[in-house]
Design a protein around this ligand. Structure first.
Ligand code: UT7
Length: 320
């Protein structure tokens, strides 16, 4: 079966580390509360780098890893919910930085499912024309959206980027995917409007807001649905999957899903302890990290599963 395979992996996180206990200086919280409810111990925060800077560093690492050059790339898709400009897109800015000439390039917004959505779109585009290779990126500076007086959200998120170079293949490759959205406004961050500033509107509309309990409940159903669906579609069994890479939001969500679907928790790659929830960047950071530390090896089969604002959920099975 024709499909796409990953030929380069990259990720980048900013240097500044904020540990759980560091929040005690600004809000009423504790390491015990944050780590027992989520599994998160620390996260990276960008002080000066933009989302495009993070995306560039991850994409460059993936390109170098693939041993290809910018002229080999036909398509760039970046998933983000925290772009540093409304326009042009991050992908457009990446072209000149990576030495890519006149490729198809655009960004997508599907929150924490964004990278899986972007990969699914890249696979569809590569499958339908003479384009051969794509760079797919997930990049976020969520620290820019956070309200550091809201303890129920600010401790959860972090900044970072991950990227892959994918190539169309007809040699023993495969790619199965599903992407779904259901409108529900329980996790959102509104765009900043110049008019609000002109009119001196004091409303705090642009910080990220979440009904954590409702999102938690949604996540359990969404992750189970996404894994179940893509396995059925592929005809594979969970024992055929070498590594599961879920969106890194909460360790308890993954444990509950494993119990519900009778999956082996040890096959799930988790790094949320070190980076927190980096939305669309969390899956490609984990994918690249797993590859570069030899947890995931060439030829193995990986299942990616994302869930988040929209509400969105998506999954993919591919051979790396
Ligand atoms: O990437 C998008 C996907 N997002 C997610 O997957 C998030 C899903 N939701 C969750 O992971 C969990 O709902 C949270 C970790 C966000 C919250 O856990 P929870 O067990 O649902 O806590 P809660 O919101 O019900 O809050 C329980 C208590 C409240 O205090 P009271 O009202 O019981 O006195 C909160 O005010 O914990 C309090 N609380 C905190 N306490 C210390 C909320 N945030 C904090 C905090 N430190 N940072």
């Amino acid at each position: 079966m024709n499909g796409i395979k990953v030929v380069g992996f990259g990720h980048y996180v900013p240097e500044t580390t904020i540990k759980n206990d560091d929040f005690k200086e600004i809000i009423d919280t504790s390491d015990e509360w944050i780590s027992s409810r989520t599994g998160i111990k620390e996260r990276r925060i960008s002080i000066t780098e933009t989302t495009t800077d993070l995306a560039y560093k991850a994409a460059l690492m993936a390109l170098l890893d693939s041993k290809l050059t910018g002229s080999d790339i036909d398509l760039v898709i970046t998933a983000t919910m925290s772009p540093d400009s409304y326009t042009p897109s991050i992908s457009s800015k990446l072209l000149s930085k990576l030495g890519i000439e006149k490729a198809m390039a655009f960004d997508i917004s599907a929150a924490c499912s964004g990278f899986v959505y972007a990969l699914n779109i890249a696979s569809a585009i590569l499958g339908q024309n003479n384009l051969k290779r794509a760079i797919v990126v997930g990049a976020e500076c969520l620290s820019e959206l956070l309200d550091y007086t809201d303890r129920s959200t600010c401790v959860l998120f972090g900044d970072g980027a991950g990227a892959v170079v994918v190539e169309k293949t007809n040699e023993n490759g495969y790619f199965y995917s599903m992407s779904k959205t259901d409108t529900e406004n329980i996790l959102y961050a509104n765009a900043i409007r110049a008019n609000d500033m002109l009119l001196n509107n004091e409303t705090d509309n642009y910080h990220l807001k979440m009904d954590g309990k409702k999102v938690y409940k949604f996540a359990l159903d969404a992750v189970s649905d996404a894994i179940d669906n893509v396995l059925k579609m592929s005809g594979l069994k969970d024992s055929d999957i070498d590594l599961f890479i879920p969106h890194q939001a909460n360790e308890r969500i993954i444990m509950s899903v494993c119990k519900h679907l009778n999956l082996d928790f040890n096959k799930f790659y988790l790094n949320l302890e070190r980076y927190g929830n980096t939305s669309s960047a969390s899956i490609p950071i984990a994918l690249s990290e797993a590859y570069h530390n030899n947890t995931l090896r060439k030829g193995q089969t990986v299942l990616l599963v994302g869930f988040g604002a929209g509400l969105t959920w998506a999954s993919t099975i591919l051979k790396v």
